[in-house]
Design a protein around this ligand. Structure first.
Ligand SMILES: *Cc1c(COP(=O)(O)O)cnc(C)c1O
Length: 454
């Protein structure tokens, strides 16, 4: 797909539509001539040089990658109409596309009959799930692991709910034994499990926690904002190195969040929340005197906390899913490539003199540290900082990594021999979210090895 061909087609689509309605005069108040636009655009383009090459496999830092060209064309074309998926009358076509996308996401996650919608982000999606948690169990709080995304604590605060942090095991997964007394206490109405933590990519044992939670009448919400697309491997017969047990339990949980703007090749502004029991929709009941007059079905705004949302986000996802369906042979091929890259990278690090694997990856986030001498937290921290900085600022052959703060206890659980001369150390973190990482892995690894050796 060549954007130089397809982006002008987006203009043709809106022009063709416009022809149906006859000519009209654009107002001079906002008219801009090409001669005036050119220098401003040039200045703008120059400013965008101040960026990181998220598209390139030498960028192996945060969970960022560019959208698929189909998503760009879908988003851009729909954006020229500017539909608002709050209500069907804001954009009937993209509302239908959003419903179809939600059905596809539900199928991927093992919740085929779920009620759900897209959101502007994983944070908003989790807010909705926690809001339903509060309405379902008034007066009870929310348990989440100390490795969960920081916004759960924040959103509990916003919602006026008590949050209960639960310790993790030596792999960064929620500790079911530590959770048990909290489940039994009656103080918790919902537990949040994360299938793919943002820091380590650790997958909480949903299959172990779910039956325990059920015994105590506690709901389970799964935050799969990052990891959700791995359900394609977890629910397939050919799991490609992913533990299938947590993924096979997700479909029986109460709600799940997934971010198509992370693994799903979408531009930012595309999260999703799904509720297993469609009756969760009653918690969103409200009337809007301005909208909801065109469609007999529930409008998406009627099951959402947000009002305006970009119909273009649904368009981008819908168009992408026509080409790369949510199957093992569709999207799953990319996830499998990322996973293979992570497993092989971990193997290379385990055999390295200059680097140490921090912990084995569950998904595609690989964590590692320079093998500092002395083997102390402060020396590891300084060496990680240097690796990050020198990699990023190298004028030739740069590599873009990221770091994660590990406290002394967490570090020592994985590497008992470490000298604890500081409270924490930064460790290297590479999110291999792009399948291109698989093809580039040897070069990436060799370069990191080279930077760490001296
Ligand atoms: C990224 C992430 C979030 C937050 O999602 P945004 O789309 O950035 O708001 C929540 N939970 C997890 C596990 C994440 O990785």
């Amino acid at each position: 797909m060549d954007l130089r061909y397809w982006l002008p087609r987006a203009v043709e689509v809106i022009e063709r539509f416009g022809e149906r309605f006859g000519p009209y005069e654009p107002h001079p108040s906002h008219r801009v001539g090409d001669a005036d636009f050119a220098p401003v655009f040039e200045r703008f383009a120059k400013r965008l040089d101040d960026n990181y090459p998220f598209f390139h496999p030498r960028y192996a830092g945060q969970m960022v990658k560019p959208p698929h060209p189909a998503a760009v064309v879908g988003y851009t074309t729909a954006m020229l109409f500017n539909p608002n998926n709050h209500a069907a009358e804001g954009g009937p076509a993209t509302t239908e596309m959003e419903r179809e996308c939600v059905t596809a996401l539900g199928g991927m996650l093992g919740m085929p009959a779920a009620l759900g919608h897209l959101t502007t982000s994983g944070t908003m999606a989790n807010l909705e799930a926690l809001y339903v948690a509060r309405e379902s169990h008034p007066g009870r709080g929310v348990a989440y692991s100390t490795e969960c995304h920081y916004t759960h604590e924040r959103m509990c605060h916003v919602l006026g709910m008590e949050g209960y942090p639960v310790p993790v095991d030596a792999h960064g997964r929620i500790d079911p034994g530590a959770l048990e007394p909290l489940l039994a206490s009656g103080r918790v109405g919902t537990v949040v499990l994360t299938t793919g933590t943002t820091g380590l990519g650790a997958v909480d044992p949903v299959h172990e926690v779910l039956p325990r939670a059920r015994r105590h009448g506690v709901r389970v919400h799964v935050d799969a904002a990052y990891g959700g697309f791995y359900a394609l491997l977890g629910l397939s017969d050919e799991p490609e190195g992913v533990d299938v047990r947590p993924w096979r339990a997700v479909g029986a949980c109460d709600s799940v969040v997934v971010d198509p703007h992370k693994h799903g090749l979408q531009p930012y502004g595309c999260g999703a929340v799904l509720f297993n029991d469609p009756r969760a929709g009653r918690h969103f009941a409200h009337d809007s005197p301005y909208t909801y007059f065109t469609d007999a079905e529930l409008h998406l705004g009627e099951i959402s906390l947000e009002c305006s949302r970009a119909g273009a986000a649904a368009a981008g996802l819908w168009l992408t899913l026509q080409l790369l369906p949510l199957t093992r042979d569709g999207f799953g091929r990319m996830l499998a490539a990322s996973r293979r890259a992570a497993v092989r990278f971990a193997g290379l690090l385990a055999g390295s003199e200059a680097l140490e694997l921090y912990q084995r990856p569950d998904l595609d986030i690989v964590t590692y540290v320079p093998a500092a001498r002395p083997w102390s937290l402060s020396a590891v921290d300084a060496a990680s900082e240097r690796l990050l900085r020198e990699g990023m600022h190298a004028s030739e052959d740069p590599v873009f990594l990221s770091v994660l703060r590990a406290d002394a206890d967490a570090f020592a659980r994985r590497h008992p021999g470490i000298v604890r001369d500081a409270g924490a150390a930064r460790v290297m973190r590479s999110v291999l979210i792009k399948p291109e990482a698989e093809l580039y892995l040897d070069r990436l690894h060799a370069r990191i090895e080279q930077l760490a050796t001296r």
